[in-house]
Design a binder for this molecule. Structure first.
Ligand code: NAD
Ligand code: IPM
Ligand code: MN
Length: 356
């Protein structure tokens, strides 16, 4: 019946400023396209909640959030109050793992009206996806400390790759490449130096490639891959990477397209056993928080990805088109895009563009 239950968690810093703009556009989309969003807002996963409760989430967060169709998330992290590894492992990383959101999908797309720091690149030339493994890899809880406080101190953190974990992210990436015109998949590796897990990753890529003969597959070590994002962004179509490599590539790619402020991410549980989570790539930006100048486009574009996931394809495309036309018009741009508009002015301009 086209009614969707959405949990909204703004989090910290500019999360609190961009989420209202995202909701402004989503509300406009529901009026125009005739579906219903049942929105419930939560104050946990924030520094204030931590100060009041000594933990980032209520004990029953899993049962509380599980019934939702999606989670619309801002950003979390306020290091002057709670150390980042505590706030992130106490919230966002729990959501990703407990809700088995093993795909982190992030676009790298040069948009009209946005100046790329790469000389002479035009929209259309840079348009690819980073598919990041989101539940294992280098982000592991396996490890520990020994001889703490002595000069023999040792800290260890192991990389974990399971066959299921690697194969399912590769399958998602190959399936995505299959839907694309170029049908090209690039794997991020480092099998020359990281000699156990990364050769295993390469081997699983080769095995998966057997099932997709139409797809043109290549791989680069992560060091030269980062260089090629800058030198040859037009080479890429779908780039699949482990958790940490994908994290790095999904800030680098968006930076190459002008600003990380406009880029969304979808943390997806493709089996739909659990809600998927939609959040911008950027963080809480303490350096600009509270001033009403953050770019809301990353959050608004997340709304488009969320609508697409919910099956509201026309609305999703219309939100993206409204972002593009507003950027192309160039009248309301925030500081990171070279303009002087406030967060709310840019959000309103996109909502208006959607109504047209
Ligand atoms: P950040 O993305 O918050 O900020 C990096 C730089 O980009 C800053 O100069 C910031 O002002 C700018 N920026 C980011 N978003 C912007 C926007 N929408 N408009 C204009 N400028 C923008 O990264 P950071 O400084 O490394 O991290 C700050 C905090 O956010 C930390 O606590 C970190 O752990 C957390 N963080 C959270 C997430 C998340 O919730 N998914 C992601 C990244 C970082
Ligand atoms: C991201 C962020 C997170 C990550 C941090 C905040 C733990 O950088 O979503 O890209 O590393 O995954
Ligand atoms: Mn990141």
């Amino acid at each position: 019946n086209r009614t969707y239950k959405i949990a909204v968690i703004a989090g910290d810093g500019i999360g609190k400023e961009v989420v209202p703009e995202g909701l402004k556009v989503l509300r406009r989309a529901q009026e125009k396209f005739g579906f219903t969003l049942e929105i419930e807002e939560f104050d946990f996963a924030s520094a204030e909640y931590w100060q009041g409760h000594g933990q980032m989430l209520p004990d029953d967060w899993f049962e509380l959030l599980k019934p939702f169709d999606a989670i619309y998330f801002g950003a979390v992290g306020w290091p002057s109050v709670v150390p980042d590894h505590v706030s992130l492992w106490g919230s966002l990383l729990q959501f990703r793992r407990s809700f088995d959101q093993y795909v982190n999908l992030r676009p790298v797309k040069l948009m009209p009206g946005v100046k790329s720091p790469l000389a002479d690149r035009k929209p259309g030339e840079v348009d690819f996806w980073v598919v990041r493994e989101n539940t294992e890899g280098e982000y592991s809880e396996v490890g520990g400390k020994m001889f703490e406080g002595t000069d023999r101190e040792v800290v260890i953190q192991e990389t974990v790759m399971s066959r299921t974990g690697v194969d399912r992210i590769l399958k998602f990436a190959f399936d995505l490449a299959q839907t694309r015109e170029k049908k090209h998949l690039t794997s991020a590796t480092k099998s020359n130096g990281i000699a156990i897990t990364m050769p295993y990753w390469d081997q699983r890529v080769e095995e998966m490639a057997q099932n997709y003969p139409e797809i043109d597959v290549d791989k680069f070590h992560i060091d030269i891959l980062t260089a090629n994002f800058v030198l040859h962004p037009d080479w890429f179509d779908v780039v699949v990477a482990s958790n940490l490599f994908g994290d790095i590539l999904s800030d680098l790619g968006p930076a190459c397209t002008g600003t990380i402020g406009i880029v969304p991410s979808a943390n997806i549980n493709p089996e739909r056993n659990f809600p998927s989570l939609f959040e911008p790539v950027h963080g809480s930006a303490p350096d600009i928080a509270g001033r009403g100048i953050a770019n809301p486009i990353g959050q608004i574009w997340c709304g488009s990805m969320m609508l697409d996931h919910l099956g509201e394809r026309d609305a999703a495309a219309a939100v993206l088109a409204a972002i593009e036309s507003t950027l192309a018009a160039g009248e309301y741009l925030t500081g990171d895009l070279g303009g002087t508009a406030t967060t709310a002015e840019l959000g309103t301009a996109i909502a208006e563009a959607l109504s047209r």
